[in-house]
Design a protein around this ligand. Structure first.
Ligand SMILES: Nc1ncnc2c1ncn2[C@@H]1O[C@H](COP(=O)(O)OP(=O)(O)OP(=O)(O)O)[C@@H](O)[C@H]1O
Ligand SMILES: [Mg+2]
Length: 624
């Protein structure tokens, strides 16, 4: 189903994809260190704290065993048993002669120190994780926002925001948790394994004969379960996309009474999740049963073996206790590594995708707010010479096939032609949203490329065909054209755009919120706000793409007057379907099939015997 593919690329809620652990992917991840580097004075201490807290935690079972042995009479007096390998080490850890109370105080003391270590490692690492991630988020956002137009045409917006949220969270987790877990795991294994060997080599070997076996089975089993859980999660995400789609297109759903159809579609995807989840449950159940059976079985076996060693005097009771707890630590750490491994793979995937984006070359737009002051002052001569262009997403269709036109400073150029002729495309080329594939674009006689993009665009204003407002207030939306505008200027611009009337009728006036993308306003109201925005910007070059198309004739006339005033002294490109609005243009350019078919003033074009424009005028005559 076509709609399925909408979400097939792993968008929104899906789990980040995993990547094979290779030298390259690890290298990529190491690049992340450049984000941690500024905070290294916290990062490295936190690593030390991880080591220290792991070490102090491992002392706990040791003390516990010592405490038990201190309580068993006679045990303290016992001489070294032959089975206690590395006797000197064991001696060193021997608390012979310590009273119960002394050991308790020691334990509490160590616990207190260990809580400080744990606190510090969590606090510092979270600090580093949050700060470096904020830097990364900012870098990524600035990369994305400075991407050229075609980038946004090719990417799904959902994918982009998903990268910003899920991939970066994955990386943040890696810095704040996974890394700590990994280091702690390594320390725990090293210390734990050494200690069990110190306590009893024989018992350690017995333990290692069974536990890793269980661990391997658990890991393999666990991976399979995770895979299935992921399938269920993906299916859930798909059903989520059904919800999202229908709600954002609710007008269409209702108008076509498709509620039942959508419900059926949703139910189907929901039941698919249920099926997967239930078959997962079988595996999970088997897994849990197996784990309980084998883990407790293994403990019973080790304790049985250890107990028989106590009987022969090879081991003390407390030592066995310590041993069992250490074994549990070691086993749990082993099992935890499987999780970490899959987490590492996800982090590698996330970093790879984020690094890909970070490596992209943006447009040369200025991201420094202070530098965006207008330095350039264009007179407004614009020339397109033999412009050829096809959209990057549809290379084989040439939209503009050698289009030439010239606007003198202050001239009004009207672009007319059938739908799909390429008029809006010309507007995009003028704004340098896209680079033409051939030909030459000049401003004031100099090639467009000789200006910086920000400079050039700061001299232009666009009232687009489809006006999109930002979710804030009307005031904010108008001021978008000039953030430093005073209240007076904003009202003046609204008045000129014939928008002040409807704005002031709203109870909240200029503070009225326009809703997401401006949906709480009518199309005509949105257009007038966009015009006010352009008026406020006070550009040298004005581009109006169907700027009055959503207005009734009366408002149109009023706005047209405003636009006529606005266009005075500026070069303007006016795209219009209603030909009556462009009658007074200095030049009317008829575009069709990516070429200029005719050019001239209204009088010149209607005087032609077999002109395209003349025919268009005749056809519109009825309803104009
Ligand atoms: N982002 C895009 N990617 C690929 N092709 C596009 C894109 N935008 C427009 N086109 C194609 O380019 C051609 C010209 O489109 P354009 O929007 O310039 O037409 P237009 O003259 O403004 O039409 P209308 O009067 O309907 O607004 C059309 O065939 C259209 O399908
Ligand atoms: Mg258009």
């Amino acid at each position: 189903m076509a709609r399925r593919s909408y979400n097939s690329n792993g968008s929104l809620e899906k789990e980040p994809e995993k990547v094979k652990i290779t030298k390259e992917s690890l290298k990529e991840t190491l690049h992340l260190y450049s984000y941690i580097k500024p905070y290294r004075n916290k990062f490295f201490p936190s690593l030390v704290f991880i080591a220290l807290s792991a070490f102090t935690t491992m002392l706990y079972p040791l003390f516990l065993g010592k405490m038990i042995d201190a309580a068993v009479p006679g045990a303290a007096a016992e001489v070294q048993s032959p089975a206690m390998g590395m006797g000197s080490m064991a001696n060193y850890l021997d608390f012979t002669g310590w009273s119960l109370g002394e050991i308790l105080v020691l334990m509490i003391g160590v616990l207190a120190i260990q809580s400080v270590f744990s606190f510090m490692r969590i606090y510092l690492l979270t600090d580093v994780g949050e700060r470096s991630l904020a830097d990364m988020r900012r870098d990524l956002y600035s990369k994305l926002i400075s991407q050229p137009m075609w980038f946004f045409a090719e990417q799904r917006v959902g994918d982009l925001s998903s990268r910003m949220s899920s991939d970066l969270s994955q990386i943040q987790d890696a810095i704040s948790f996974t890394l700590a877990e990994f280091l702690r795991g390594i320390f725990t294994l090293l210390i734990g394994l050494s200690l069990i060997f110190i306590i009893s080599t024989k018992l350690a070997l017995v333990m290692l004969a069974v536990v890793p076996l269980i661990a391997v089975v658990a890991v393999v089993f666990g991976m399979r379960i995770r895979k299935m859980a992921r399938k269920a999660q993906d299916q859930l995400a798909d059903s989520g996309s059904v919800v999202q789609e229908t709600f954002s297109g609710i007008t269409v759903v209702k108008a076509f009474t498709a509620e039942a159809r959508e419900l059926a579609r949703y139910s189907k995807s929901i039941f698919a999740v249920v099926d997967t989840a239930i078959s997962n449950a079988r595996y999970r159940g088997a897994f849990v049963s197996f784990m309980i059976f084998s883990v407790f079985g293994a403990i019973a076996f080790v304790v049985w073996f250890g107990a028989s060693m106590i009987k022969t005097g090879e081991l003390k009771m407390g030592q066995l206790t310590s041993f069992v707890i250490f074994s549990a630590f070691v086993g749990a750490t082993f099992a935890g590594f499987a999780d970490m491994f899959s987490n590492l793979q996800k982090t590698l995937g996330a970093t790879q995708r984020v690094r890909e984006l970070l490596r992209l070359q943006g447009e040369d737009v200025s991201l420094d707010d202070h530098q965006q002051k207008q330095k350039l002052d264009l007179k407004g001569e614009v020339e397109l010479q033999d412009i050829r262009f096809s959209y990057p997403s549809r290379q084989d269709v040439e939209v503009l096939k050698g289009l030439s036109l010239k606007a003198l400073p202050g001239q009004q150029i009207a672009l007319v032609g059938p739908s799909g002729a390429g008029k809006s495309t010309v507007a995009s080329i003028l704004l340098r949203f896209y680079e033409p594939g051939g030909g030459m674009l000049t401003y004031d006689g100099k090639p467009a490329a000789s200006y910086s993009l920000s400079e050039l665009r700061s001299q232009m204003a666009l009232v687009p065909q489809e006006v999109i407002l930002f979710g804030g207030s009307i005031r904010e939306n108008i001021a978008y054209g000039k953030p430093s505008a005073t209240e007076e200027e904003i009202h003046e611009a609204a008045r000129k755009a014939n928008a002040s009337g409807f704005i002031e009728k709203f109870p909240e006036g200029y503070d009225t919120l326009v809703g997401e993308r401006g949906i709480q306003l009518s199309g005509g109201q949105r257009q007038r706000i966009a015009i006010a925005r352009a008026i406020l910007k006070d550009p040298s070059i004005l581009i109006l793409d169907e700027a009055t198309s959503s207005l009734d004739s009366e408002s149109e006339q009023l706005v047209q007057e405003a636009l006529d005033n606005l266009m005075k002294g500026r070069t303007s490109f006016v795209i219009a379907h209603r030909l009556s609005t462009i009658r007074n243009a200095d030049q009317i350019v008829v575009i069709d099939k990516g070429r200029v078919q005719e050019m001239g003033s209204h009088a010149e074009l209607v005087a032609k015997t077999d002109g395209v424009y003349k025919r268009m005028i005749e056809m519109q005559f009825d309803w104009d």
